[in-house]
Design a protein around this ligand. Structure first.
Ligand SMILES: [Zn+2]
Length: 395
């Protein structure tokens, strides 16, 4: 055991156990670091390149019961370890604190979504398109809105087709889907997708029948239906899920534990089937994603004793998704853009008319690219990266 008082505020106690080191932080909390974890994560240049994250050390070259022959805290507050073969590892206390994996540390660094309030619905995040395109700070603000609220609206974009791609490409590579790179949404009854029909679409998440559903969706209004038909609406799927958890914890739990089955079948073209829960949670029960879309529900195949509870929960969730008092309802104008997280936000629209012409363009960007751009932009602007890890998304 060793106690040192270093720089300003890091009084740390070090205890060596049979298979781990225990560090006690100044706030009296304690984090355990296993010997094998410490050896595996050595920060030295021989073991890897901390700048790129590339590791040259191989786990297969390590003894699982490896144990340091010496462990001490330096004057600078670094943890210094010497291994049986003479190799030395040095960890800064700040780095160890950031990567501590005890329950309290994992729990406090887990992404905990903040649900929409009445305030979010009446005044959702809204930015000027040009400013997002030209000003790095405004662009990062938009990314943060999507991270924190699941969506951000922009206004003042050009009302020409093709205006959305430059914005999408700032976030990440545009992902192709079976609708193509850019999806043009106009009324076209010859198309198989209901998005091209006139019917109202109840709020849903897109393409849950994919192993990985689209992450960040962007749409751009090029032309508005003069009759006002086809107004989009958005809902916080997490707020709906939390309401279900409060009302009926048993049903919530069943919806997180069992898979729904989703399918899209266009004969001779695609037959996409995915089995995944409607509600995804992390190890602490924080919401991490949703898949809600009963138009593509395929026969459920779960443990018989949970079927009735599942139906009860799913029906309540879909009923909540029809409660327009929980939605943001928009009047679309040419040049309006919405950027939203398809793993959290449900979107829908009122019925379209054949009189007016409504023309939207849709694009999608993978959520990993969105997160990467947010980190890179934060570094470029020398601001805090904020919460890490980020919202994982639906399983
Ligand atoms: Zn090393």
């Amino acid at each position: 055991m060793q106690e040192i008082s270093s720089s300003s505020d890091s009084l740390v106690k070090l205890d060596q156990g049979a298979s781990s080191l225990d560090l006690t932080w100044q706030d009296k909390t304690c984090s355990t670091f296993h010997h094998i974890w410490l050896r595996d994560n050595c920060r030295c240049k021989t073991c890897g390149d901390p700048a790129t994250g590339r590791r040259s050390l191989r786990l297969t070259d390590l003894a699982l019961d490896i144990k340091p022959v010496a462990a001490s805290l330096s004057e600078q507050g670094d943890l210094c370890l010497t291994w049986p073969d003479g190799h030395t590892s040095t960890f800064s206390i700040a780095w160890l604190r950031r990567h501590a994996y005890d329950t309290l540390s994992r729990k406090s660094s887990a992404f905990t979504p903040v649900l929409w309030t009445e305030g979010t619905r009446s005044a959702p995040p809204r930015l000027v398109f040009d400013k997002v395109m030209t000003d790095a700070e405004t662009f990062l603000t938009m990314l943060h809105h999507v991270r924190d609220h699941g969506l951000c609206f922009l206004h003042g974009a050009p009302s020409q087709a093709g205006s959305l791609e430059p914005l999408a490409e700032k976030i990440g590579p545009v992902q192709e889907s079976n609708f193509g790179r850019v999806q043009n949404l106009v009324v076209d009854e010859t198309k198989q997708s209901v998005a091209n029909r006139t019917v109202a679409l109840k709020p849903h998440t897109d393409e849950p029948y994919r192993a990985s559903p689209p992450g960040i969706l962007l749409f751009h209004c090029v032309e508005t239906d003069v009759t006002g038909a086809g107004s989009p609406l958005f809902m916080d799927g997490f707020a709906l899920a939390e309401q279900l958890r409060a009302e009926d914890p048993e049903a919530f739990e069943v919806l997180t534990r069992h898979n729904c089955t989703f399918r899209r079948h266009f004969a001779g073209d695609v037959d996409l089937i995915a089995e995944a829960p409607a509600i995804s949670v992390d190890e602490f029960g924080n919401l991490s994603g949703i898949r809600i879309n009963d138009r593509v529900a395929a026969p459920l195949a779960i443990a018989p004793e949970d079927v009735e509870v599942h139906y009860r929960g799913m029906q309540r969730l879909l009923t909540l998704a029809e409660d327009e008092s929980l939605a943001i309802k928009l009047t679309l104008r040419p040049g309006d853009v919405a950027v939203f997280d398809n793993h959290r936000i449900l979107h829908g629209r009122t019925e379209l008319s054949m009189k007016g012409r409504r023309f939207l363009q849709w694009l999608q960007v993978e959520r990993g690219d969105f997160h990467s751009t947010m980190r890179i932009m934060a570094d470029r602007l020398e601001t805090q990266r904020g919460i890490a890890p980020l919202l994982r998304g639906a399983y």
